[in-house]
Design a protein around this ligand. Sequence first.
Ligand code: AP5
Length: 194
Amino acid sequence: MAPIDTSKKPIVWVLGGPGSGKGTQCEKIIAKYGFTHLSTGDLLRAEVKSGSDRAKELTAIMERGELVPNEIVLDLLKEAMLARADEAKGFLIDGYPREKSQGIAFEKNIAPVTVIIYFEASSETLTKRLLGRAASSGRADDNEETIKLRLKTFLDNNDLVLAQYPSKLKRINAEQTVDVIFGEVQAILDPLVA
Ligand code: AP5
Protein backbone atom coordinates (compact mmCIF):
# COMPACT_ATOMS: atom_id res chain seq x y z
CA MET A 1 0.00 0.00 0.00
CA ALA A 2 1.28 3.50 -0.83
CA PRO A 3 1.61 5.30 2.52
CA ILE A 4 -0.07 8.66 2.92
CA ASP A 5 2.32 11.30 4.27
CA THR A 6 0.23 13.11 6.85
CA SER A 7 2.80 15.88 7.31
CA LYS A 8 1.92 17.05 3.78
CA LYS A 9 -1.67 15.85 3.67
CA PRO A 10 -3.42 16.24 6.99
CA ILE A 11 -6.02 13.64 7.88
CA VAL A 12 -8.93 15.11 9.79
CA TRP A 13 -11.57 12.92 11.36
CA VAL A 14 -14.91 14.70 11.63
CA LEU A 15 -17.02 13.18 14.37
CA GLY A 16 -20.31 13.87 16.09
CA GLY A 17 -23.74 12.36 16.59
CA PRO A 18 -26.27 11.93 13.80
CA GLY A 19 -27.34 15.40 12.72
CA SER A 20 -24.53 17.20 14.57
CA GLY A 21 -23.58 19.04 11.36
CA LYS A 22 -20.65 16.97 10.11
CA GLY A 23 -21.79 17.17 6.48
CA THR A 24 -22.70 20.86 6.76
CA GLN A 25 -19.28 21.82 8.11
CA CYS A 26 -17.44 19.53 5.68
CA GLU A 27 -18.96 21.47 2.77
CA LYS A 28 -17.53 24.69 4.18
CA ILE A 29 -14.16 23.09 4.87
CA ILE A 30 -13.95 21.77 1.29
CA ALA A 31 -14.76 25.23 -0.07
CA LYS A 32 -12.00 26.91 1.95
CA TYR A 33 -9.27 24.27 2.17
CA GLY A 34 -9.92 22.04 -0.87
CA PHE A 35 -9.56 18.88 1.21
CA THR A 36 -10.83 15.60 -0.17
CA HIS A 37 -14.05 14.68 1.62
CA LEU A 38 -14.92 11.07 2.30
CA SER A 39 -18.07 10.36 4.28
CA THR A 40 -18.47 6.72 5.25
CA GLY A 41 -22.26 7.21 5.22
CA ASP A 42 -22.06 8.50 1.60
CA LEU A 43 -19.71 5.68 0.58
CA LEU A 44 -22.12 3.14 2.04
CA ARG A 45 -25.15 4.74 0.37
CA ALA A 46 -23.27 4.66 -2.96
CA GLU A 47 -22.51 0.98 -2.41
CA VAL A 48 -26.21 0.36 -1.72
CA LYS A 49 -27.18 2.17 -4.95
CA SER A 50 -24.69 0.17 -6.98
CA GLY A 51 -26.89 -2.88 -6.36
CA SER A 52 -23.89 -5.00 -5.32
CA ASP A 53 -24.37 -8.38 -3.63
CA ARG A 54 -24.06 -6.84 -0.20
CA ALA A 55 -26.42 -3.90 -0.93
CA LYS A 56 -29.44 -5.57 0.69
CA GLU A 57 -27.53 -6.46 3.81
CA LEU A 58 -26.15 -2.91 4.09
CA THR A 59 -29.60 -1.36 3.63
CA ALA A 60 -31.04 -3.48 6.42
CA ILE A 61 -28.21 -2.58 8.82
CA MET A 62 -28.49 1.14 8.10
CA GLU A 63 -32.28 1.08 8.49
CA ARG A 64 -31.77 -0.48 11.92
CA GLY A 65 -29.42 2.40 12.80
CA GLU A 66 -26.64 -0.09 13.49
CA LEU A 67 -23.02 -0.03 12.40
CA VAL A 68 -21.97 -1.75 9.21
CA PRO A 69 -19.20 -4.35 9.81
CA ASN A 70 -15.82 -2.69 10.23
CA GLU A 71 -14.03 -4.49 7.42
CA ILE A 72 -16.59 -3.34 4.84
CA VAL A 73 -16.30 0.31 5.93
CA LEU A 74 -12.51 0.24 6.16
CA ASP A 75 -12.19 -1.37 2.71
CA LEU A 76 -14.41 1.28 1.12
CA LEU A 77 -12.56 4.08 2.87
CA LYS A 78 -9.07 2.79 2.12
CA GLU A 79 -9.92 2.24 -1.54
CA ALA A 80 -11.35 5.77 -1.85
CA MET A 81 -8.39 7.38 -0.07
CA LEU A 82 -5.75 5.58 -2.09
CA ALA A 83 -7.54 6.44 -5.34
CA ARG A 84 -7.23 10.13 -4.43
CA ALA A 85 -3.94 10.12 -2.51
CA ASP A 86 -1.90 11.83 -5.26
CA GLU A 87 -4.15 14.81 -5.85
CA ALA A 88 -5.51 15.28 -2.31
CA LYS A 89 -4.37 18.29 -0.28
CA GLY A 90 -5.68 16.66 2.84
CA PHE A 91 -8.48 14.31 3.85
CA LEU A 92 -11.71 14.95 5.69
CA ILE A 93 -12.94 11.64 7.00
CA ASP A 94 -16.56 12.22 7.96
CA GLY A 95 -18.34 9.77 10.25
CA TYR A 96 -15.42 7.47 10.96
CA PRO A 97 -14.40 5.99 13.38
CA ARG A 98 -17.65 5.14 15.17
CA GLU A 99 -16.13 2.41 17.26
CA LYS A 100 -12.84 2.20 19.11
CA SER A 101 -11.69 -0.68 16.91
CA GLN A 102 -12.35 1.35 13.74
CA GLY A 103 -9.91 4.03 14.86
CA ILE A 104 -7.26 1.46 15.66
CA ALA A 105 -7.73 -0.30 12.30
CA PHE A 106 -7.52 3.00 10.38
CA GLU A 107 -4.23 4.04 11.94
CA LYS A 108 -2.79 0.56 11.47
CA ASN A 109 -3.88 0.12 7.83
CA ILE A 110 -3.98 3.63 6.40
CA ALA A 111 -2.19 6.40 8.30
CA PRO A 112 -2.14 8.21 11.64
CA VAL A 113 -4.85 10.81 12.14
CA THR A 114 -3.65 14.43 12.36
CA VAL A 115 -6.54 16.02 14.25
CA ILE A 116 -10.06 15.06 15.33
CA ILE A 117 -12.92 17.56 15.27
CA TYR A 118 -15.85 16.53 17.42
CA PHE A 119 -19.20 18.31 17.11
CA GLU A 120 -21.02 18.13 20.39
CA ALA A 121 -24.81 18.60 20.71
CA SER A 122 -27.59 17.25 22.90
CA SER A 123 -29.75 14.32 21.81
CA GLU A 124 -32.74 16.69 21.72
CA THR A 125 -31.00 19.01 19.25
CA LEU A 126 -29.84 16.11 17.08
CA THR A 127 -33.33 14.58 16.96
CA LYS A 128 -34.94 17.90 16.14
CA ARG A 129 -32.51 18.56 13.27
CA LEU A 130 -32.89 15.12 11.76
CA LEU A 131 -36.66 15.23 11.94
CA GLY A 132 -36.50 18.67 10.30
CA ARG A 133 -34.34 17.25 7.52
CA ALA A 134 -36.48 14.11 7.08
CA ALA A 135 -39.02 15.74 4.78
CA SER A 136 -36.40 16.57 2.16
CA SER A 137 -33.45 14.19 2.64
CA GLY A 138 -34.95 11.09 1.03
CA ARG A 139 -32.86 9.03 3.45
CA ALA A 140 -34.37 5.76 4.61
CA ASP A 141 -32.85 6.27 8.07
CA ASP A 142 -34.34 9.75 8.66
CA ASN A 143 -37.46 8.57 10.46
CA GLU A 144 -38.32 8.76 14.14
CA GLU A 145 -37.71 5.10 14.94
CA THR A 146 -34.36 4.83 13.13
CA ILE A 147 -33.19 8.19 14.51
CA LYS A 148 -33.65 6.81 18.05
CA LEU A 149 -31.61 3.74 17.14
CA ARG A 150 -28.87 5.81 15.45
CA LEU A 151 -28.59 7.95 18.57
CA LYS A 152 -28.36 4.88 20.80
CA THR A 153 -25.60 3.37 18.63
CA PHE A 154 -23.76 6.69 18.78
CA LEU A 155 -24.10 7.08 22.56
CA ASP A 156 -23.04 3.46 23.18
CA ASN A 157 -19.73 3.95 21.37
CA ASN A 158 -18.77 7.60 21.34
CA ASP A 159 -17.02 8.02 24.70
CA LEU A 160 -14.77 5.06 24.03
CA VAL A 161 -13.81 6.41 20.63
CA LEU A 162 -12.97 9.88 21.93
CA ALA A 163 -11.08 8.62 24.98
CA GLN A 164 -8.46 7.09 22.69
CA TYR A 165 -7.18 10.45 21.40
CA PRO A 166 -6.94 13.01 24.22
CA SER A 167 -4.16 15.04 22.60
CA LYS A 168 -5.64 15.15 19.09
CA LEU A 169 -9.26 15.77 20.05
CA LYS A 170 -10.84 19.22 19.50
CA ARG A 171 -14.37 19.62 20.81
CA ILE A 172 -16.73 22.18 19.31
CA ASN A 173 -20.11 23.18 20.67
CA ALA A 174 -22.36 22.27 17.73
CA GLU A 175 -25.42 23.99 19.19
CA GLN A 176 -24.15 27.32 17.80
CA THR A 177 -24.87 28.75 14.36
CA VAL A 178 -23.23 27.22 11.31
CA ASP A 179 -20.96 30.25 10.85
CA VAL A 180 -19.85 30.48 14.47
CA ILE A 181 -19.02 26.78 14.39
CA PHE A 182 -17.07 27.22 11.17
CA GLY A 183 -15.08 30.02 12.82
CA GLU A 184 -13.94 27.52 15.45
CA VAL A 185 -13.22 24.92 12.78
CA GLN A 186 -10.95 27.38 10.96
CA ALA A 187 -9.00 28.10 14.15
CA ILE A 188 -8.20 24.38 14.24
CA LEU A 189 -7.43 23.90 10.54
CA ASP A 190 -5.61 27.13 9.61
CA PRO A 191 -2.40 26.11 11.45
CA LEU A 192 -2.36 22.81 9.55
CA VAL A 193 -2.16 24.51 6.18
CA ALA A 194 0.00 27.50 7.15
P1 AP5 B 1 -24.06 8.99 8.13
O1 AP5 B 1 -24.49 9.22 6.75
O2 AP5 B 1 -22.67 9.33 8.49
O3 AP5 B 1 -25.12 9.68 9.07
P2 AP5 B 1 -25.02 10.33 10.54
O4 AP5 B 1 -23.76 10.17 11.27
O5 AP5 B 1 -26.24 9.85 11.19
O6 AP5 B 1 -25.01 11.84 10.22
P3 AP5 B 1 -25.89 12.67 9.24
O7 AP5 B 1 -25.30 12.62 7.87
O8 AP5 B 1 -27.31 12.31 9.34
O9 AP5 B 1 -25.75 14.09 9.90
P4 AP5 B 1 -24.54 15.15 9.91
O10 AP5 B 1 -23.80 15.10 11.20
O11 AP5 B 1 -23.72 15.07 8.65
O12 AP5 B 1 -25.38 16.47 9.93
P5 AP5 B 1 -25.85 17.41 8.74
O13 AP5 B 1 -24.75 18.35 8.38
O14 AP5 B 1 -26.43 16.57 7.65
O15 AP5 B 1 -24.28 7.43 8.51
C1 AP5 B 1 -25.47 6.75 8.19
C2 AP5 B 1 -25.37 5.28 8.55
O16 AP5 B 1 -24.31 4.66 7.80
C3 AP5 B 1 -25.02 4.95 10.02
O17 AP5 B 1 -26.18 4.98 10.84
C4 AP5 B 1 -24.42 3.55 9.89
O18 AP5 B 1 -25.43 2.56 9.71
C5 AP5 B 1 -23.64 3.66 8.59
N1 AP5 B 1 -22.26 4.09 8.83
C6 AP5 B 1 -21.73 5.31 8.52
N2 AP5 B 1 -20.44 5.37 8.90
C7 AP5 B 1 -20.15 4.18 9.48
C8 AP5 B 1 -18.98 3.65 10.09
N3 AP5 B 1 -17.87 4.36 10.21
N4 AP5 B 1 -19.05 2.37 10.56
C9 AP5 B 1 -20.17 1.64 10.46
N5 AP5 B 1 -21.32 2.09 9.91
C10 AP5 B 1 -21.31 3.36 9.42
O19 AP5 B 1 -26.97 18.26 9.46
C11 AP5 B 1 -28.19 17.69 9.85
C12 AP5 B 1 -29.30 18.75 9.76
O20 AP5 B 1 -29.05 19.79 10.70
C13 AP5 B 1 -29.38 19.44 8.39
O21 AP5 B 1 -30.73 19.69 8.08
C14 AP5 B 1 -28.59 20.74 8.59
O22 AP5 B 1 -29.03 21.76 7.74
C15 AP5 B 1 -28.91 21.06 10.05
N6 AP5 B 1 -27.79 21.77 10.72
C16 AP5 B 1 -26.46 21.50 10.61
N7 AP5 B 1 -25.75 22.32 11.40
C17 AP5 B 1 -26.64 23.12 12.04
C18 AP5 B 1 -26.51 24.17 13.01
N8 AP5 B 1 -25.32 24.57 13.47
N9 AP5 B 1 -27.66 24.76 13.47
C19 AP5 B 1 -28.89 24.35 13.02
N10 AP5 B 1 -29.07 23.38 12.10
C20 AP5 B 1 -27.95 22.76 11.61
